[in-house]
Write a protein that binds this ligand. Structure first.
Ligand SMILES: NC(=O)c1ccc[n+]([C@@H]2O[C@H](COP(=O)([O-])OP(=O)(O)OC[C@H]3O[C@@H](n4cnc5c(N)ncnc54)[C@H](O)[C@@H]3O)[C@@H](O)[C@H]2O)c1
Length: 420
């Protein structure tokens, strides 16, 4: 083994841990000199299946298979001497219990977004990061996605003048939030936390300021609880239901849109199953929201969001309005539409897809692994726990506002950790 090789341990061998992170490590292991030396999952069955999927990806890419140690307990992986970097991809409520000892171990830590399901957990992780002087890297994928990086560069170059307004429009075909553990706030912090933490981070990044107040509205339009449906999709004979969970065997679709492998529908535990009926009672998350922020530099920002949208190539757009024009990024098309009026009218569409655009998160996960490898070798990266905490504060303040019927929440009243 080369001395410089980065040895990665993954805690949580589910969709994100294996089908995104693991897949891109497996594909780039030789090029980046990285390997997966340990895996941990609380489900033995998922651990076995995840390890198999990981090695199938390595072999398919022409790389050597891995021989990872398999653990049921995260502490054993964290203290394995064969691990240099710990990647945490467990459900969100389990981030804290892994992130704190991982940071304390002194090893490099990758933590997936959202940082936590509560502000208290995000504060605890951030405090540990500061106390240990061990900055983690957060998995805000848009920070690694080429069109978003290009958009930021255009903004910095003054193409639309001074930024005044931001709008993220997310009309998403993400009924899967009601199939999985995301349906419980006690685990996910809400579907809005899961998806909206990306958007809050984008606002904080592009806005170059701090949110000072938010008000928001939301609730349930479509996924209203019913007591006349079976608990799980395979037990349901409504073949025409547009919100049926898709299994991996019916893979005319792909994992991005929620296809699930056998581990997640044969298990008996509702926590692990990804084929719960969207109408099954017990979900306590929103299926739509509209949130409005004011930043300390006068910028205003809006999230317009639902998870019952149709599949469409404009399902997620990000619009920036400045004093001299506007830009709209259309994520699924990998393009930026620019209109400026001053000093002369100009309309331009820039195509800026990343190389591996068809892979997970439009090529961002591939780049993320390259950045994780650089981070493990000592390069400082822009997204650490301070961005993770701020995004959690900003998005959970919107949920607090929705719960309070749209009342304005002052960010000064949301717990925070002072900078170093
Ligand atoms: N960066 C992104 O864009 C992105 C995309 C998808 C998911 N995520 C995040 O990744 C995390 C995982 O999501 P997922 O979709 O992969 O979930 P998943 O359910 O597919 O996988 C989670 C895995 O963790 C295991 N697990 C649960 N508790 C555990 C514990 N205490 N110790 C060890 N293993 C445990 C489960 O058995 C499961 O296999 C979430 O926080 C999610 O928000 C981020």
């Amino acid at each position: 083994m080369a001395e410089d090789r980065i040895r990665i341990g993954i805690i949580g061998t589910g969709s994100r841990g294996i089908n995104n992170i693991g897949q891109h490590v497996a594909e780039q292991s030789a090029a980046l000199d990285v390997s997966v030396t340990a895996l941990c999952d609380s489900s033995q069955e998922r651990l076995r299946v995840g390890a198999g999927q990981l090695n199938a990806a390595a072999v398919a890419a022409g790389n050597a298979p891995f021989t990872p140690a398999l653990y049921a307990d995260a502490a054993d992986l964290i203290h394995d001497d064969n691990v240099d970097l710990i990647a945490i991809t467990t459900p969100t409520s389990a981030h804290r219990e892994a992130a704190i000892p991982a940071l304390e171990s002194g090893k490099k830590v990758y933590l997936d977004k959202p940082m936590a399901h509560t502000v208290a957990d995000a504060v605890a992780i951030r405090e540990t990061e500061l106390r240990t002087g061990n900055p983690l890297i957060m998995g805000f994928t848009r920070r690694y996605e080429r069109p978003w990086l290009e958009l930021y560069s255009l903004l910095e170059r003054g193409v639309i003048g001074e930024l005044r307004m931001m709008l993220i429009r997310a009309v998403l075909p993400y009924s899967r939030y009601f199939h999985t553990w995301h349906r419980n706030r006690a685990i996910s912090g809400g579907a809005l936390n899961d998806k909206g933490s990306h958007y809050a981070d984008v606002f904080n990044w592009f806005g170059r300021g701090r949110a000072v107040q938010v008000n928001a509205f939301g609730g349930r339009h479509v996924f209203i609880p019913r007591d006349d449906t079976p608990e799980y999709c395979p037990d349901c004979d409504d073949a025409g239901c547009p919100y049926r969970a898709v299994s991996a065997e019916d893979l005319s679709t792909d994992y991005r849109h929620g296809a699930i492998d056998e581990t997640f529908y044969q298990g008996s535990d509702a926590l692990h199953r990804k084929d719960q009926c969207v109408y099954k009672p017990g979900a306590d998350i929103f299926d739509h929201a509209s949130a409005h922020y004011r930043y300390d530099n006068g910028v205003v920002a809006t999230i317009f969001y639902n998870v019952y949208g149709p599949r469409a190539d404009d399902e997620e757009t990000f619009e920036l309005v400045g004093t001299r024009g506007r830009m709209i990024l259309t994520r699924l098309r990998g393009e930026i539409d620019i209109v400026t009026d001053y000093p002369e009218r100009r309309h331009e569409v820039i195509e800026c897809k990343a190389d591996a655009f068809e892979t997970s998160h439009f090529g961002a996960d591939r780049k993320l692994i390259q950045d994780i490898a650089a981070f493990a070798r000592g390069r400082k990266l822009p997204v650490d726990g301070s961005e993770g905490l701020e995004a959690t504060r900003v998005i959970l303040a919107a949920m607090q506002s929705i719960d309070a019927g749209g009342r304005t929440i002052r960010m000064a009243d949301v717990p925070d950790v002072p900078g170093p």
